[in-house]
Each structure stands twice: as C-alpha cells, then as structure tokens.
Write a protein that binds this ligand. Structure first.
Ligand SMILES: O=C([O-])CC(=O)C(=O)O
Ligand SMILES: [Mg+2]
Length: 563
C-alpha cells in the first residue's frame, strides 16, 4: 500500500488515471490513449459511459452484507470509491439510479458512514480545517484540491443528523450533500468543496478509538470557537470571495448565532434551519391547495420551540403574509408549544425568536384556563381551542400526536394537515399509518424520516419526507446561475412556493405532498428559476429578464458526460 516513488508513478498517463475529475477509465478512445500516454495502461476494450455505468451499478448491487445496514454501508463505500476514481461516471450512475442510490450516498446510510469514518477511510476528499492549524487557515484554503469553487458545505460535526457528535467523521455529510448538489442541482462537481471544521470531539469513545483520525481534544467552545469560525470565514472571503457557503449539522446552540452573524455579510444559508423550513412550507403549500384552504387562512400548532421549529414558523408566517395575511394576524395564528406547554407572554427564558409567538392573556381569553399555569395549556387543550388546520411536530417527543389529539383536530377540519417531523423514526410524533387510520384517510401527512407507504381503502400512498434535499441543490443552482451575492429570506420563500407548485397531490388526490425522488432534478430547475428571479428582484443579482434567468439556469446545469 501507499505510493511508491518510482518514476512510473509520475507519468502523465498514470496521473490522468488517478485524477477523478479527468479520468475516463476504459472510455478513453484509441486516439486519446495515444495522445495522453495511456497506451498499455488500460485493458484494450474501449467502452461507452453506458457500459461503464452498467458495470459499476452491478458491482454496487453485488455487494453483500451480514445485515441490511452493513450491506448499505458497503455499498456506500463502493460508490464513494467510484466517486474518487471517476466522477463523471459516478454521477452517470447516480442519475440513472437516483431512487436507489440516494439513500446510499445520503441519509440514512451516510450517517453510518460518518460514525465509521475513521474505519472506512480510503482517500482524502475536501478540506480538513483543524483547530491546531488556526494560524494558517489561508494556507489550508490555498491548498484546496479545486481552484474554482461555487459551493462549500461545511460542518463542525457536532450534530450529525440525529447521531450527535461525530467529530472529524462529520465530513461524510458535506461530501454527501455536495454529491446531491451535483446529482440533483446540476452543480459542476469540479466546483464543489466539502469542509469539516475539526474543533475536537466530545465523544470520549470516538476520541479514544485508536483509529480516530481527527484532532484528539475536547471541543473548543466559547470565544475560542467563535474566533476560529470567524478566522475560517475570513479565510474563505479572502480566498474564495463570492462562494456559496452552506452551514450544516452544527449544534443548535451554534447554528443560529453563526447564521445571524454572517447572513448579511456572505452568500450563505443554514440548511438545517432554512432549508428544512422551506421544504416544510413547500409541503404545506401543496397540502393547503388540496384542502381547499388558502395559506393565509391556516391555523398552525407547532410542537417544538427549538431553532428548527421556530425557523419553520417564521417561514410559514412569511408565506401567509405573501398570500395576503397581515403579519400580526399570521403570527397570531401560529401557536408554539415547548415541553412545558403553550408559549405565553412573560414566560421566563424565552429567546426573542420564541417570544414572537408567545400568546397574551387577552389572546387566550375564552379558553377557560389559567394562563399563569402553562401546564394546563397542553397540546390537547391547545388543539381544542385553536382548532388548527395544521399540526407540526419538531419536538423529538415520540407519539405525542396521540389518537385523542388527532381525533379532536379532525373533528374541526375536513383535511387535517399533520407533519410529524422529528428524526429519526423512533422520535416521530406519530406514525403515518395511524394518522390515516384515525382520520379515515383524510389527514394530509408529511414526515421528517422515511416511512413505508400508507395503506388506505386498499390503495397505497407514498408519504412525503420533508428532507432539505428538496431545496438546497436548487438554491445552489439558482444562486450560481443568477450570480447572486446573498441568500435572502424572500429567495427561500420562493423556493418553498415553487416546491409547493410541484406537489403531486395537486393533480393526483392519492399523490404525496412532495415530488418523487426521481423527479427531483426536474423540480430543482423550476425551484432554481424561482430563486434566481427573486435574487434579481431583491437586487442581490445582476439585472436579468425571466427568460434570461431561465436560460442561465439551463446553461449552468452540469450533466455527466465526457467532454
Ligand atoms: O441530512 C439530512 O437528511 C437532513 C438534515 O439536514 C439533517 O437531518 O441534519
Ligand atoms: Mg443537516
């Protein structure tokens, strides 16, 4: 193993075969083999990309494992190796098998790949920006493997999916997200850069694992952490001005402060807060359209007052206002509960973002409850009094959407919109099948985690999963195509509304609230156009007509082909 420093390792032909962006493997033509010093380095057959993709996918399917999970992880490794060998071919395989391949390169399998990052490590990809290098971050960025970059996805590994602190292993997430920026959004893979900020790891078992590849140190926190993130952002601005910087899987306590600190300074957004909220608002738009109600008429109960829950509420309010509601009315129509009950005015410890939704005694007059006692303002009481059209969970409280709560809700509205969004499955607020059974199939459901189709009256219905993958690749495409310099809230709202327009349930009553995985690349084009148009309207992108925007989106789309 390892590179041997013989003269043969430096031949131009071999170098070409070892560069995943340039390598075409057996697809190099006879003429190219002569021209590029490849004669003899490849078996004699010249193949098409179709033949190569066929072989590659068969090798993924042939992978065996002792359990479903171990097989999927081995398939993930196989696909990652293909990505590190020949990227065009990797994306050709992904585009042909997007439905089967997506769960292998992305969630849920990428979670296992992060947990076992140090065991399954083969080759480096992206940039490892580690705390001990804090005084040389520009040097680190200058060493980036690709000169021109359109999109960075960065994590510090502290809150990887629902799996907690993975330290340097968090790198699997930026790699996986960027694969989808290309496979779905059509971002040129040569212009993507995954980054992990290695600021230590608080999982002792991981840190003490003899194979652990990260900096073996407890996490840097407080001012030191902030200064490091600041230094990283400064280095990015110096080295890659204008790049889209997506924050991913930071712990709640850091995610919002980081977003607030940089959102007006950089082309940036947080995928977990803003991306997820846009997808939920998109699913809600689709649901409202089939329920025969408008967005501005919705009465929303949100269970979960963390940054994700409040982020969803903010985006919904924005959508309701865009639909004609006043801001005051929209905010008044959104009720938020935390573990202690409904958020009420004067409650201790509310953040300003939460306080926006806290209800006054006046607003609760007529409920017949003592506002001083929040424990009386529990979910069932709130549902009984608010008669919500939509009930959303980002609470991690498994099963909190009980039969009693749902039956109560369904007695007031014809098509109750119910989104149990907590991940993973074991934290979901309800099971889609139960929601269907308790409402005779009237509930309009979207989840956070994947669930099997729901059976209703002998028919099977796919359940929409509100994953941010419906939005982030399209935001990237829209931003790159329009040469936007900021990601504005209005751009994310337009992404949500454009996604809602693609909701299959609009033309098929048995359809899901969000598009099929196989239709994501097509949906991404429409969403990207909406994002780009709004960037122009907001003055954060150069002037362009709608036709010019559409043409720019088409032109910006990279598709796998040997050029
Ligand atoms: O990666 C996903 O599937 C969704 C996501 O951003 C998260 O759970 O953090
Ligand atoms: Mg995430």
């Amino acid at each position: 193993m390892g590179d041997t420093a013989t003269s043969s390792s430096t031949t131009a032909g071999l170098q070409l075969l070892q560069d995943p962006l340039l390598n075409r493997g057996t697809a190099f033509t006879e003429a190219e083999r002569d021209e590029l010093g490849l004669r003899g380095l490849l078996p004699p057959q010249v193949e098409t990309i179709e033949q190569q993709a066929d072989r590659a996918w068969r090798s993924v399917e042939a992978v065996e494992g002792t359990s479903a999970t171990s097989r999927q992880l081995a398939q993930h490794i196989t696909l990652r190796q293909l990505q590190d060998t020949n990227e065009v071919l990797f994306y050709e395989v992904l585009s042909r098998h997007v439905e089967e391949a997506l769960p292998l390169v992305y969630t849920p399998t990428v979670g296992a790949a992060c947990q076992r990052f140090s065991q399954i490590y083969r080759r480096p990809r992206g940039l490892f920006v580690s705390y001990p290098d804090r005084h040389r971050l520009r040097e680190v960025l200058r060493n980036r493997p690709r000169a021109e970059v359109d999109v960075i996805v960065v994590t510090d590994g502290q809150r990887i999916l629902g799996l907690g602190d993975q330290g340097v292993g968090g790198m699997g997430i930026p790699i996986g997200k960027l694969s989808l920026y290309t496979a779905i959004g059509g971002i040129d893979p040569a212009r993507t850069l995954p980054i992990v900020l290695d600021v230590g790891c608080d999982d002792d078992d991981l840190r003490d694992d003899p194979f652990y590849l990260g900096w073996r140190h407890p996490r840097v926190t407080g001012e030191e952490y902030e200064e490091f993130v600041d230094a990283f952002v400064a280095a990015v601005r110096e080295e890659l001005p204008g790049v889209l910087l997506q924050w991913e899987d930071f712990a709640s306590k850091n995610a919002l402060p980081i977003l607030d600190r940089y959102r007006d300074q950089l082309l940036t957004f947080n995928d977990d807060i803003q991306g997820t909220a846009a997808v939920v608002a998109g699913a809600m738009t689709g649901a409202a359209s089939v329920s025969g109600t408008s967005l501005r008429e919705q009465r929303v109960v949100m269970v979960g007052a963390g940054s994700a829950g409040i982020g969803v509420c903010d985006r919904l309010v924005q959508a309701m206002v865009a639909d004609g509601a006043t801001e005051d009315d929209a905010v008044a129509a959104v009720h938020v509960l935390d573990v202690g009950g409904l958020l009420v005015e004067g409650q201790a410890g509310l953040t300003p973002a939460q306080a926006r939704y806290a209800k006054s005694a006046e607003q609760l007059a007529g409920w017949g409850v003592d506002v001083e006692r929040r424990s009386e303002l529990d979910l069932l009481t709130v549902v009984r009094n608010v008669e919500p059209t939509a009930l959303i969970g980002l609470s991690s409280a498994h099963g909190i959407f009980t039969r009693e709560v749902i039956t109560e809700m369904a007695s007031h509205v014809e098509r109750p919109i119910v989104f149990p969004l907590s991940n993973p499955t074991s934290h979901a607020e309800a099971e889609p099948q139960d929601l269907s059974d308790w409402t005779d199939g009237r509930a309009l459901v979207a989840t956070g985690s994947p669930f099997p189709p729901v059976e209703q009256d002998g028919a099977r219905r796919r359940v929409a999963q509100c994953n941010n993958v419906y939005v982030f690749p399209a935001v990237g495409l829209g931003v790159v195509a329009s040469r936007a310099t900021r990601v504005t809230d209005a751009m994310l709202l337009q992404a949500a509304l454009a996604l809602g327009e693609q909701s299959p349930v609009r033309h098929d009553p048995g359809g899901a609230l969000l598009p099929e995985v196989a239709d994501m690349p097509t949906a991404a084009v429409a969403i990207a156009e909406a994002v780009a148009r709004q960037a122009v309207a907001d003055g954060v992108a150069p002037e362009a007509t709608d036709e010019e925007v559409a043409a720019a989106v088409r032109a910006a789309r990279w598709t796998p082909a040997y050029r």
